[in-house]
Every structure is written in structure tokens, then in C-alpha cells.
Design a protein around this ligand. Structure first.
Ligand code: ATP
Length: 146
């Protein structure tokens, strides 16, 4: 199925900015909307998980950026929240892994979100990558073949 991934990102942003009453900026750094071959609802779910976490584990504006990098599509989800240590980053995509902090316990959840996101992106031939610093924030990047 050919899907407009730019539109999926806009839909995810619209519903989560309403739910969290949060500013979520979208920098669409390509001239036109991008269409890829993908499962629409799975792709929506993968993006929803990342943007939902960014809202859940931070308090400021969340940024989503979409770029063309050679023949790849890169989607960054950037938050200025609590961040993750190197050790935590190692386990972040494992099923049921949750960082043992009062904050994440309070936020609720099962620790399945990122494992599901990772699985969906892999199914589409892509990758999920994390860059994070404690108390500075996190950037989760999905790269997908176009
Ligand atoms: P759910 O399964 O409902 O999404 P969850 O948020 O606990 O629950 P994951 O999405 O898999 O599960 O995230 C795993 C853990 O990673 C979280 O408990 C949280 O501690 C940490 N985490 C995820 N995203 C972020 C983020 N953007 N900033 C800081 N910590 C994060």
C-alpha cells in the first residue's frame, strides 16, 4: 500500500498535541509530501508510540523533523525531557523494559511501546536509533527506505 507518511505524521501530531495540550512542532524538510510503501496503521502506531513517549517523558515543546537523507527517509522525534543513561539506552527496545524511576512509574505503561515500534520499523526494512543525555532530552530517529 502506498501511504503518505507526511500526512500520517501530521495526524499523529494533531491527536497528541490535543491530548497533551502540548506544542508539537513539525519541520517537514522536504519540498513535497513523502509517499512510501507501508502498512498505514502500523506506521501510524510506530510514530504514535515515539511522539506519545516524548510527551509523556518531557514537559516542553516536542519537535518532529522529517528529512530526505540520500535514498532514506529520516524522522526525528525530539524532546527536552528527562533523557536516558547509556545503560538504559541499551535496554530501551526490550519488551517490558521500563526505566526504574518514580517518574516513569507514575507515567504508567507496560514497557512494550518501544519494542512494538522497533518491530514495526524493522518489518518495513528500517531502523530506530536513539540519542540521549540524562536531563537534556532524547532524540529517537526512524529511518526508512524510500
Ligand atoms: P508503554 O508500553 O505504555 O509505551 P512505556 O512508556 O513504559 O509504556 P516504552 O514506550 O517501551 O514503554 O518505554 C520504555 C521505557 O523507556 C519507559 O518506561 C521510559 O522510562 C523510557 N522512555 C521511553 N521514551 C522516553 C523518552 N522520550 N524520554 C525518556 N525516557 C523514555
Amino acid at each position: 500500500e502506498q501511504v503518505n507518511i507526511s500526512q500520517i505524521v501530521r495526524d499523529v501530531i494533531r491527536s497528541l498535541s490535543t491530548a497533551y495540550q502540548r506544542e508539537i512542532k513539525f519541520y517537514h524538510e522536504t519540498e513535497q509530501d513523502i509517499t512510501i510503501s507501508a502498512d498505514r496503521s502500523k506506521m501510524h502506531q510506530a510514530l504514535y508510540i515515539l511522539v506519545d513517549n516524548a510527551c509523556k517523558y518531557s514537559e516542553d515543546t516536542v519537535i518532529v523533523r522529517m528529512q530526505d537523507i540520500q535514498d532514506q527517509l529520516a524522522i526525528d522525534v525530539i524532546d527536552k525531557g528527562e533523557g536516558l543513561s547509556e545503560a538504559e539506552q541499551q535496554h530501551i527496545f526490550d519488551r517490558f523494559y521500563r526505566v526504574d524511576k518514580a517518574r516513569s512509574r507514575k507515567a504508567g505503561g507496560t514497557g512494550l511501546g518501544l519494542a512494538i515500534c522497533h518491530g514495526i520499523v524493522q518489518l518495513h526494512g528500517g531502523k530506530v536509533h536513539i540519542e540521549s543525555q540524562m536531563n537534556q532530552g532524547s532524540t529517537f530517529t526512524i529511518t526508512l527506505p524510500k
